[in-house]
Design a protein around this ligand. Structure first.
Ligand code: SAH
Length: 334
């Protein structure tokens, strides 16, 4: 059955007029849909309209299939999408509010060796409404103040739907652009396009190594874009938006944690306004080794002693496989 969540006010108006309603009812209907209400709960719509809507349409929400709570309070949702397929999204609670980590694709075709999300390739892009349905579902229980596009998928590989989602978060859900972060493995054209959108979203760059030959070993996209091209694009992003870039650096013991790795990282970030987030690897495959907490803090400390702004990202939800790289999709029926 057709869903209504993806429709804008004008489209909803057309549907309602065909049902004999006044166009202004579209605004009321949209406000309910943005809140995640079921047709039966839309109390300022007439009973007969609610009946007609449920006879002919579905709301289009995601369905929560499973909800796991970590000992640290992080909650992972397994949700079934309206268009079919399962995704995971995660809510992390910090002192300043709750952050939702949204998935933008089912699977991922970037193929980073350390990340579980891409291990089976890309299944499909999520629509704007499907991304929004993750927010709506979670926001019903837990007031979300920040959104990070860091779940499964590469947001810039699903560019139009992702940008439309960000705009809708801002206009329909009142999430400030400065409370939204987008993480990319470094698709240069996408970064440059995003820089022209006039949105003050924080750009997070998954760098993981400042050396092209090392990056290529763990990230296939490094064959398409050099570190220099990515950093140059990030500089343009900063120039256009004024938003400091977040460099994500997944620390892999014995791979990207040596003195020369630090030298290279310090050098490429020299003229870039950025903060470096050191993310201790969450091991998902056998051949890469997790660093100890001590190693991660020592790495960050060396960066700060060299004049860089750097912190270690707290790993949340690892006991429920909700930490970075562990959002592996599950096939229906599995
Ligand atoms: N495709 C986007 C967003 C998804 S990944 C991107 O590449 O940025 C979100 C972050 O988690 C990225 O920085 C990614 O590199 C990191 N990550 C993925 N797998 C990880 C793992 N096993 N351990 C630690 N960080 C991981």
């Amino acid at each position: 059955m057709n869903e209504l969540l993806s429709k804008n006010i004008d489209e909803l108006g057309e549907i309602l007029v065909k049902m004999g309603e006044k166009p202004f009812v579209a605004k009321q209907l949209k406000a309910w849909l943005d809140k995640g209400a079921l047709f039966g709960e839309m109390t300022n719509l007439s009973k007969s309209l609610r009946q007609k809507l449920s006879d002919n349409y579905t709301e289009g929400y995601a369905k929560v299939v499973e909800k796991l709570t970590s000992t640290d309070g992080t909650i992972k949702y397994l949700m079934s999408m309206h268009g079919g397929g399962l995704i995971e999204c995660v809510v992390m609670t910090y002192e300043h509010g709750s952050t939702l980590c949204v998935s933008t694709q089912i699977g991922c075709r970037m193929g980073c060796t350390f990340c579980a999300s891409g291990s089976e390739g890309l299944i499909r892009n999520l629509s704007t409404a499907e991304m929004m349905s993750q927010f709506i579902e979670v926001n019903k229980h837990d007031r979300i103040s920040n959104v990070v596009l860091m779940g499964s998928g590469e947001p810039l590989d699903n560019y139009d739907n992702t940008v439309a989602f960000i705009r809708a978060l801002n206009t329909e859900q009142d999430i400030g652009m400065r409370h939204i972060s987008l993480s990319t493995c470094g698709i240069v054209q996408g970064i440059l396009k995003l820089a022209r959108e006039n949105m003050q979203v924080t750009l997070c760059l998954s760098l993981h190594s400042a050396l092209d030959n090392k990056r290529k070993q763990i990230m296939p996209t490094a064959n398409a874009y050099s570190v220099k091209e990515i950093i140059d694009a990030a500089k343009i992003y900063f120039k256009n938006t004024g938003r400091r870039i977040i460099i994500e650096y997944t620390l892999i013991s014995g791979f990207n944690d040596s003195g020369s790795d630090i030298d290279a990282l310090v050098s490429v970030t020299k003229a870039l306004s950025c903060h470096i987030n050191v993310i201790p690897l969450n091991q998902v495959s056998g051949d890469l080794t997790e660093p100890s907490q001590k190693q991660a803090y020592a790495f960050a400390a060396q960066l700060t002693s060299r004049g860089r702004s750097a912190t270690v990202r707290r790993s949340l939800g690892s006991d429920i496989e909700g930490a970075c790289g562990q959002l592996k999709f599950k096939r229906e029926g599995q």
